[in-house]
Design a protein around this ligand. Structure first.
Ligand SMILES: Cc1cc2nc3c(=O)[nH]c(=O)nc-3n(C[C@H](O)[C@H](O)[C@H](O)COP(=O)(O)OP(=O)(O)OC[C@H]3O[C@@H](n4cnc5c(N)ncnc54)[C@H](O)[C@@H]3O)c2cc1C
Length: 406
């Protein structure tokens, strides 16, 4: 990485970013390079490096790190040569060239955080924002300790249950898709060599009855090992069954995800048994060997308002698309880049800049949510996703995640 000089603040403009995950870090970095003072307020008390799992990369996701930090894609991701489909026996039934690249949440988080620190941005842990307001002259946030802070712009990057979205658009609620994503990451060596072969150098899919599973390699942040990431989409249409799944081993009821290490043993036992029954053997072995699978409820979120006054939303605080286009982080990064671009001229008033930005990101979000929903319904409901078809991965169009040099 370069050691960039911290840019001097132009016109003293200050942004407070609520939430310090990938969307918040992207927004803070893009605003910082265009001269803003930035401060991230993150409710978690500790860094989020271990959170999450694999991320299919998109050129928008890697753009800040390659263009502004001079990082090589191999520093934080790994590529594959093939898209494969395997059948229930683990036999390869379709293979096509692929230029997809894969990263890990921790690798992106660490790189974006290092970049922000090097550029003089501030990241504060343990701050829970409870309110946001604005006037024509400034915006203000309130935290759970009752402290208030003013700024020129508030960026809500506080995820699916965004406090900032609730202020801008109190009516919008996540809509359940009727299925969950079970996920996990495991060392490649967990698989015997014979079972590794059908997965090697590829992103591998298997189409099941009203269900599908995929697996791909990822590069970790610290020791840069290659791990195998898997995602298994399973229908849970019954509300009480879903509610039960969301109760963790300590009896705590979660909202839309159960983190790694907290899923109840009986739910893990059922997952392993069904993996043995339904999945091709190499992927069932991965699932069974994963120490701490976790689950996320698949949802759509369709906000009617992305910005008001001096406040805007990025990442999952705004539109949330089902994961089948593998572009949530890419969307966050692109919204952040477009935000900095819209606000680049210090003479433009913030309201006008946000109005232009809103038009762009609303079109992007709506199209992504619709395309991802169609892909999910084809796989989980209609059963029309056929073996061998190209993947729906992409931010603006299916296929645009593959725009990497071979
Ligand atoms: C199964 C699955 C697979 C996926 N695969 C991919 C993929 O391959 N590629 C891809 O691009 N995307 C993928 N995504 C989407 C991607 O993970 C998300 O879109 C992205 O991580 C969202 O980041 P975020 O920063 O907006 O939200 P989050 O990561 O949820 O972060 C929100 C942050 O805000 C903080 N916060 C919340 N409330 C407050 C508050 N009041 N005050 C202060 N802080 C607060 C939280 O602690 C958290 O750190 C996938 C998603 C799923 C479910």
């Amino acid at each position: 990485m370069h050691s960039p000089a911290a840019p001097t603040t132009r016109a003293g403009r200050k942004a407070l970013v609520v939430g310090g995950s990938l969307a918040g870090l992207s927004a803070a970095n893009w605003l910082r390079v265009s001269g803003w003072d930035v401060e991230i307020l993150e409710r978690a008390r500790l860094p989020l490096e271990d959170h999450g799992a694999g991320i299919v990369l998109h050129p928008s996701t890697s753009r800040f790190l390659t263009d502004h930090e001079g990082m090589a894609l191999d520093d934080f991701s790994v590529g594959v040569d093939h898209l494969r489909y395997i059948d229930h026996r683990g036999e390869i039934v379709s293979q096509a060239p692929s230029r997809l690249r894969f990263s890990a949440y921790g690798a992106l988080y660490r790189a974006l955080r290092t970049s922000l620190a090097a550029r003089g941005g501030t990241y504060r842990h343990g701050v829970t924002v409870t309110g946001v307001s604005w006037s024509s002259a400034e915006a203000e946030i309130t935290d759970s300790a009752g402290h208030k802070e003013t700024c020129d712009l508030v960026v809500g990057a506080d995820g699916v249950r965004s406090t900032v979205r609730r202020v801008l658009d109190p009516e919008s609620e996540p809509q359940l898709a009727g299925y969950v994503a079970w996920r996990g990451v495991v060392a490649e060596e967990a698989l015997p060599a014979a079972q590794r072969a059908p997965l090697a150098g590829a992103i591998t899919y298997s189409i099941l009855d009203r269900s599908h599973v995929l697996t791909y390699p990822i590069r970790t942040a610290g020791d840069r090992r290659i791990l195998q990431n898997w995602v298994w989409y399973r229908n849970v249409p019954d509300a009480s069954q879903l509610a039960d799944l969301l109760v963790d081993r300590a009896g705590v009821r979660h909202d839309l995800s159960v983190p790694a290490g907290t899923v109840r043993p009986d739910a893990l036992a059922e997952l392993a048994a069904e993996a043995r029954r339904q999945l091709p053997s190499p992927i069932a072995t991965l699932v069974e060997a994963t120490p701490d699978p976790f689950l996320q409820v698949v949802i759509d979120v369709h906000p009617r308002c992305m910005a008001r006054g001096r406040v805007c939303l990025v990442g999952d605080a705004g539109f949330v698309a089902r994961p089948h286009a593998a572009a949530g982080t890419a969307k966050a990064a692109e919204e952040a880049r477009l935000l900095a671009a819209a606000l680049a001229d210090a003479r433009t008033d913030i309201g006008s800049a946000l109005a232009i930005w809103t038009r762009e990101v609303t079109a992007l979000g709506r199209a992504l949510v619709a395309r991802s929903r169609r892909a999910g319904e084809r796989a989980q409901v209609d059963g029309t996703w056929v073996v061998g078809e190209p993947l729906p991965f992409g931010l603006r169009d299916a296929g645009d995640s593959e725009c990497y040099e071979p």
